[in-house]
Design a protein around this ligand. Structure first.
Ligand SMILES: [Zn+2]
Length: 293
C-alpha cells in the first residue's frame, strides 16, 4: 500500500485543506494552503474541492498564481457550484500569466484517475440541501487499482503466461484488484456509514462537540457532524486511522482533546485518532501523536 504523508489545516468558517504528498493531491483549498506548504505546493497536481463555501476554496487563487503550468493543476469541483466558473474567470483576468490551470466540473458518483493506478471517486453528501439532480457538495474516496494475475493461472510457468498475453491480451490473464487508501468527508452530516467502511484512513469533519452547537444553527444552515456522531459511526465500521478536523473555533484544544478521549473510551475506539486543532497547521498528521493514546 502507498504510505501517505498528509498535512493539513482545518478550522470551521476559516479554512480547510489537506495535502497528500505521495499522490500530489489536495483535498479542498482553504486560505493559507500555499503559505503553509511553501515549495511543496508545487507538487500539487490534482485539487478536489468538496463544496463552494469560502473556507474551502479561497486558497485557489494563490495556488494557481504560483503553480499553474500547462495542464496543471486540475481543479475538480461539484458541477452545479457557480462559484468556480466565476473564480476561473476572475483568476484568468487577474493573473493573465495563469493559463495552464484546468477547471473540471464533476458529478457524483464518478471516478477520476489521478495516476495510472490511483482513482478518486466523488460521493454526493447532504451538507448543502438541494434537489437530487443538483451537484453541490461531495466527499471523496481514493483507491489504488492494481492488475493481478488470475488465481487459476498462478501455477503456470512464465513462458505460458507470456504466450497467453500475446495471444489473448493482458486482460485474459489478469483481474483488477482495488485497495482503498483514503476517505475524505468534506463538510457533511454523518450519513452513510458503509461509504467509509474498510478504508484505512478516514479524514472526517467534526464541527461541533455537542448536539446543542449543531441545533443552535439555523435549520437552513449547511449541515455538519458532531464529534459523537462521527465516533459512534467509527466504532461500528472498520478503519485503521481516523483524522478529525473542521472543529469550530469556539472550542479550546483541551476541551476538544478531552472530549475525544472521553468518547473513544465510551465507544471502545482503539485505532489511532488524530485531530487538527483550530488555528493549527499539522504536518505529517499520521506520524503525529494520536490524541487517544
Ligand atoms: Zn467548512
Amino acid at each position: 500500500m502507498i504510505p501517505l504523508t498528509i498535512s493539513g489545516y482545518s478550522t470551521a468558517l476559516f479554512a480547510t485543506w489537506y495535502f497528500v504528498e505521495e499522490l500530489g493531491l489536495l483535498l479542498d483549498a482553504g486560505d493559507g494552503v500555499s503559505a503553509a506548504l511553501l515549495q511543496k505546493a508545487r507538487k500539487i497536481n490534482h485539487v478536489f474541492i468538496s463544496h463552494a463555501d469560502r473556507d474551502h476554496l479561497t486558497g485557489l487563487l494563490q495556488l494557481n498564481q504560483l503553480n499553474a503550468r500547462p495542464g496543471y493543476p486540475v481543479i475538480y469541483y461539484p458541477r452545479d457550484c457557480t462559484s468556480f466558473p466565476a473564480m476561473e474567470a476572475f483568476s484568468v483576468k487577474f493573473d493573465p500569466h495563469v493559463s495552464g490551470t484546468v477547471w473540471q466540473p464533476l458529478i457524483a458518483p464518478s471516478a477520476t484517475y489521478i495516476k495510472d493506478d490511483v482513482v478518486v471517486k466523488a460521493h454526493r453528501n447532504g451538507h448543502v440541501v438541494v434537489a437530487p439532480e443538483l451537484m453541490k457538495s461531495f466527499g471523496y474516496t481514493v483507491t489504488q487499482v492494481k492488475q493481478k494475475l488470475k488465481p487459476e493461472l498462478l501455477h503456470l510457468p512464465g513462458e505460458d503466461i507470456k504466450r497467453l498475453i500475446q495471444e489473448h491480451g493482458r486482460e485474459a490473464v489478469s483481474i483488477e484488484v482495488s485497495q482503498p487508501l483514503l476517505g475524505y468527508s468534506g463538510d457533511t452530516p454523518v450519513e452513510d456509514w458503509g461509504l467509509w467502511d474498510g478504508i484505512p484512513v478516514l479524514i472526517h469533519e467534526a464541527t461541533f462537540l455537542e448536539s446543542e452547537g449543531a441545533i443552535k444553527e439555523k435549520p437552513t444552515a449547511h449541515k455538519h457532524s458532531t464529534l459523537e456522531q462521527v465516533l459512534e459511526m467509527v466504532a461500528n465500521i472498520k478503519l485503521e486511522k481516523l483524522v478529525l478536523g473542521h472543529f469550530s473555533s469556539r472550542y479550546s484544544a483541551d476541551v476538544i482533546d478531552n472530549r475525544i478521549r472521553e468518547l473513544c473510551k465510551h465507544y471502545g475506539i482503539s485505532i489511532p485518532v488524530y485531530r487538527i486543532l483550530p488555528g493549527v497547521t499539522q504536518y505529517d498528521i499520521l506520524n503525529s501523536y494520536p490524541v487517544n493514546r
